[in-house]
Design a protein around this ligand. Structure first.
Ligand SMILES: [Fe+2]
Length: 559
């Protein structure tokens, strides 16, 4: 059986993947190919890349599975909320609900766009509940035979948080907390109030939080400890009709203008938002495990990318084992949608433990060299890219590192990465100012050999995807200062030799030279841009930034 999974809700992070007989072959977000960050358009480039990778045509497909309900489900729920007074009845809000419906209905949820781009197909068009898609995307790749599954995001057509129970290749629905009682909504509205982009810049609030202190009460906006949790969506959405945030401003004054200075008030609000989110996530997880009596836990949905909260859930011991699908946000919902056919007809879900997120396109050395020649760049062919990169890093150089298949999900994991020396306390500022051009408070993350994780970290030893935060051991904080956050935490990637031998060897070689088998790893992109996908993207980004060298395939380009 050959299925395509598609995320296309016209909201954000369109993507596609292809699954053959239960095996996930390839996945990519549209933004990487279109170069439009968080691209919400129909992912025709991503679908084309899936078909090309699998060397099939659309007529070979059995199922085309969208990770969003049929057009109408969202509008029906919104209208119910307006009727019940759960949403502020404003002209713009209602207009937006109808506009979204009209646009999705016009395209038959994306099916018509599929036919337009790829022609007729015998494949069945399937529309999968959004949270079911998220839940499948986590459970089926966890490797757990039995698991509690919790999905938390901004919204599905009608869901905000949902609980599932996975067992032996099946998945049972346990409970749904409907939108707008939504943790994603809560975090996003405060993200907007703090001068950042709602539903994409939540990282910035999470990074800012440790600079604040407990000085602000958010009781008017959220009660996180009463199961499941309660979000005051009416207050949060007050003024939304006019694009404003009157409800939050009533408590805390005018919102921060984008790019303006950050003061203590902003830091303290960020602290309170993060803390409330952590408490609410913990409440939901405890409630879910109470219901299922299973302490294996899978998390998915955009809220599950809150690595700080995930670290606390893990450290609390409430769950015995934790799996977070690395593309936990909506791009990854495509992975689950593609598996929906396996819930029917006596089939079983594939239950393969996901071992890596290198699911995207790759460029051969021939293609890379051809690009370098086209741009008339001087380059050197390397016998051993890992050795050369390690040597350059040990000299304090900032490197672009472009190798193998691109990662699926928001994190760069050693395929499309910018690397630097984590021992230099100034490196955080150097990379921020010269390369990433991003906010001073945002932390950088370490990639370390899996073997040394217990030497450096107090927990989260098995952290292949950078979605769980751990505390760095106090005696190691001065050893890797540029990847240790102000509160002593880090968001590690533990690298196993069998999973990514080239990247493992680079870190190992760096360790031989410096005694520290850890590198600073951040995504290979500039601020506001999608992570690089092609050699052309890599070269353009390299020359638009303060990187010193680019190791791309088996070639070295220096400035
Ligand atoms: Fe979602």
């Amino acid at each position: 059986m050959l299925t395509i999974g598609i995320n296309y809700s016209q909201m954000h992070d369109s993507s596609a993947c292809i699954v053959r007989d239960g095996e996930l072959l390839f996945a990519v977000a549209e933004e990487r190919l279109s170069r439009v960050k968080h691209d919400s358009g129909f992912p025709h480039l991503a679908i084309r890349a899936c078909l090309d990778f699998a060397k099939v045509r659309s007529e070979n497909l059995d199922e085309v599975c969208f990770a969003w309900q049929r057009p109408g489900a969202t509008l029906r729920h919104d209208l119910k909320c307006y009727g019940l007074g759960a949403l502020p009845l404003g002209y713009l809000m209602v207009l937006n609900s109808f506009r979204h419906f009209a646009s999705m209905a016009h395209q038959d949820g994306g099916a018509k766009r599929f036919f337009h781009h790829f022609g007729a197909t015998r494949a069945r068009m399937r529309f999968v509940d959004h949270h079911l898609s998220h839940a499948l995307s986590a459970f089926a790749y966890s490797g757990f035979r039995e698991s509690t599954v919790v999905v938390m995001d901004g919204r599905g057509a009608w869901e905000a948080t949902s609980i599932w129970y996975g067992y032996n290749g099946g998945l049972t629905h346990v409970q749904t907390i409907p939108w707008p009682n939504s943790l994603g909504l809560f975090y996003a509205e405060f993200t907007g109030y703090l001068g950042f982009q709602k539903y994409s810049d939540e990282w910035k609030v999470m990074g800012l939080a440790p600079y604040g202190q407990a000085a602000v009460s958010l009781r008017e906006f959220i009660v996180p400890e009463d199961a499941p949790y309660w979000v005051n969506h009416k207050r949060l959405l007050a003024g939304a009709s006019s694009g404003g945030q009157a409800g939050i401003e009533r408590s805390f004054g005018a919102g921060r203008a984008p790019e303006s200075e950050i003061d203590d008030r902003h830091k303290n609000i960020a602290f309170a938002v993060q803390e409330a989110c952590e408490q609410a996530m913990m409440t939901v997880v405890r409630m879910a495990i109470d219901k299922t009596h299973c302490r294996n836990l899978c998390l998915a949905g955009g809220v599950a990318l809150n690595s700080k909260a995930n670290g606390k859930i893990l450290a609390s011991g409430v769950a015995e084992r934790l799996f977070i699908q690395p593309a936990a946000a909506d791009d990854g919902a495509a992975l689950g949608a593609a598996l929906a056919p396996y819930l029917e007809g006596g089939r079983h879900l594939p239950q393969t433990a996901m071992r890596h997120a290198y699911l995207g396109p790759a460029s051969s050395d021939e293609e890379i060299e051809s690009s370098l020649r086209t741009y008339k760049l001087r380059y050197t062919r390397l016998d051993d890219p890992a050795q050369t990169a390690a040597e350059l890093l040990s000299q304090g150089k900032i490197l672009g590192w472009f190798q193998g298949r691109m990662e699926f999900g928001p994190r760069a994991l050693g395929s499309r990465s910018i690397l630097a020396d984590p021992r230099d306390p100034e490196m955080n500022a150097k990379v921020n100012n010269a390369v990433k051009f991003r906010e001073w408070w945002r932390p950088f993350a370490p990639s370390m050999l899996a073997e040394v994780a217990p030497d450096y970290l107090e927990s989260a030893f098995d952290s292949p995807y950078m979605v769980v935060t751990a505390q760095v051991k106090p005696e190691k904080r001065s050893v890797i200062p540029s990847v240790t956050h102000v509160d002593g935490s880090a968001r590690p990637q533990t690298v196993e030799q069998s999973v990514n031998p080239l990247y493992w060897r680079l870190i190992s070689e760096f360790g031989k030279r410096t005694g520290v088998p850890v590198v600073m790893n951040t995504s290979f992109n500039l601020r506001g841009e999608a992570i690089v996908h092609s050699p052309t993207d890599a070269v353009r980004t390299f020359f638009s930034s303060g990187m010193d060298a680019l190791v791309i395939g088996c070639f070295l380009v220096e400035k």
